[in-house]
Design a protein around this ligand. Structure first.
Ligand SMILES: [Zn+2]
Length: 502
């Protein structure tokens, strides 16, 4: 519901008139083997409703027991985000009806989060922006609805809906920032950089696989606008479940333009949830947003409070991994890269991929070249993240090895990668199936050289007469005859040998 029909305002114009205020709520599905309050498996992709029990189905009389590993991961995330850890806190019941939530309430945390008051520093254009963390709390995920018959997979227009409770009860950590102010025109980039950094940090801890495309990391993006010169915050919208880094950035940008258009036309921004659409890059209205009091929170009576022992918290602190920003500086030094090159790799989400490619046997320069060159180009073309491309670091490393050993040149290697991305199998299989190996054995290459000499008697005579530079034309002809697959250096040697000038 919008109170005006005026369209969005241009981004630059919007920022001249208004200052954006951001808030980010990130849900991370923890990678525990079992669910938050029962022993059911958390494996992704199982047959619907095969990973359920009386507890996660909310059957009468079933009693929850908290998963210690989930609490441990949450404390580690809190510590890595420089939070204070509660000495004593409780779970709370959040009451609302959702078809994919069988208990009709969600066990969450309300006024007593496990971790609170932290921060995460992110770097944008060489500038450090401190994003303050309000809270990190633990809750359970809902199930999943599948709407059948509609054109978009949404409930509108669907013939019927199915519910899968496999996800119901999977431990979920919610990380909520304080309002982020002062980012101005960098607001979209700050939002993206924050989620990127948070994702790396959670991955480094090993608390989750943080795969946005599978929904194990989901982000709600809150945006409001404040007229320049005013200190009164505007009404915020909440764009739900944005599921890629690129979309986080686009959703912020789109909301700034949309809200500025509404405000400039004298309308008011409605407090509501919104959906982001990948295809148009715009958000549309969802439902009007509930207030906390609508949920009738109360302390969960079926669970004992959590009182983390200080010695345990101290031990968890010593187990934290190297912070991602420190790790990046170390890798930058190891790889000998400039700040600019490293920042580009970080922004492209290429660091882990390059690192894994090197670990799989590729030289650092080659690993970086393929991910930041050819593969980045393809990801960009398809508007996907690098990590979403259907090629593994091991496959890229194999291609790099084939180039290093002289079996492929760069042009052929690009074709091999194209085949891998098209689902034609491992690099060696693509080389064979497409006949892409460089022709360097003297038998096959020698035949082509003989043919080229026979076809170009004038050039051959010049070379025989001492004009060695003319050999270039014959090498070119050999390359053409082999569709670029000849070893050019060896071809030149053979030509000179055959013509008696080597
Ligand atoms: Zn269960």
């Amino acid at each position: 519901m919008s109170t005006t029909t005026t369209g969005p305002m241009g981004y630059d114009e919007a920022l001249e008139a208004y200052e954006p205020v951001l808030g980010l709520e990130t849900h991370v599905e923890l990678g525990t083997a079992s669910k938050m309050f029962c022993g059911c498996s958390t494996t992704f992709g199982g047959e619907p409703n095969t990973q359920v029990c009386p507890v996660c189905l909310g059957l009468p009389g079933a009693l929850p027991v908290a998963n210690a590993a989930a609490i441990e991961y949450t404390i580690k995330i809190g510590l890595a985000l420089n939070c204070s850890i509660a000495e004593w806190c409780r779970f709370a019941r959040k009451n609302y009806f959702y078809p994919d939530m069988p208990k009709n309430f969600q066990i969450s945390q309300y006024d007593e989060p496990l971790c609170f008051d932290g921060y995460l520093d992110v770097e944008i254009d060489g500038r450090t922006v401190r994003v303050e963390i309000e809270r990190v709390h633990l809750e359970e995920d809902t199930g999943k609805s599948l709407h059948v018959g509609g054109s978009t997979g949404r409930i509108h227009g669907a013939d019927y809906s199915l519910v899968d409770y496999n996800r119901a009860g999977i431990p979920l950590v919610e990380i909520v920032t304080k309002p982020i102010v002062g980012t101005d025109r960098l607001a979209p980039e700050v939002a993206r950089a924050y989620v990127t950094e948070l994702r790396e940090l959670v991955r480094a801890i090993g608390a989750s696989d943080v795969r946005m495309e599978e929904g194990s990391l989901r982000c709600d993006v809150n945006v409001s606008l404040m007229p320049r010169g005013s200190s009164e915050w505007g009404t915020r919208s909440e764009t739900k479940n944005v599921n890629s880094l690129r979309s986080v950035e686009r959703a912020v940008r789109s909301e700034i333009s949309r809200q500025a258009g509404v405000l400039a036309a004298g309308g008011r921004v409605v407090q509501e949830t919104r959906h982001f659409h990948e295809d148009t890059g715009e958000t549309t209205s969802g439902r009007s947003k509930e207030e906390a009091q609508d949920y009738r929170y109360f302390p969960e009576p079926d669970l004992v409070p959590i009182a983390p022992d200080r010695a345990w918290v101290d031990r968890l602190r010593t187990e934290l991994p190297e912070p991602p920003s420190v790790r990046r500086r170390r890798l930058q030094a190891e790889w000998g890269l400039s700040d600019l090159d490293m920042a580009a790799m970080h922004n492209a989400g290429a660091i882990e991929l390059v690192e894994a490619t090197i670990a799989a046997g590729a030289p650092a320069a080659d690993a970086r070249k393929w991910w930041m060159g050819e593969l980045a180009r393809r990801a960009n073309e398809q508007a996907v993240e690098l990590v979403e491309l259907p090629v593994t670091p091991a496959q890229v490393a194999r291609v790099a090895q084939l180039v290093a050993s002289g079996s492929l040149n760069d042009k052929l290697a690009r074709q091999v990668l194209e085949g891998v991305l098209a689902g034609e199998g491992e690099p060696d299989k693509v080389v064979e199936a497409r006949g892409l190996a460089i022709v360097s054995d003297d038998g096959a290459l020698g035949d082509v050289v003989d043919q080229v000499i026979a076809d170009n008697p004038d050039v051959a005579d010049k070379i025989r007469g001492g004009k060695v530079a003319a050999a270039g034309a014959l090498v070119g002809a050999v390359m053409k005859a082999t569709r670029g697959q000849a070893d050019a250096g060896r071809a030149r040697e053979l030509i000179l040998e055959r013509l008696g000038v080597s």
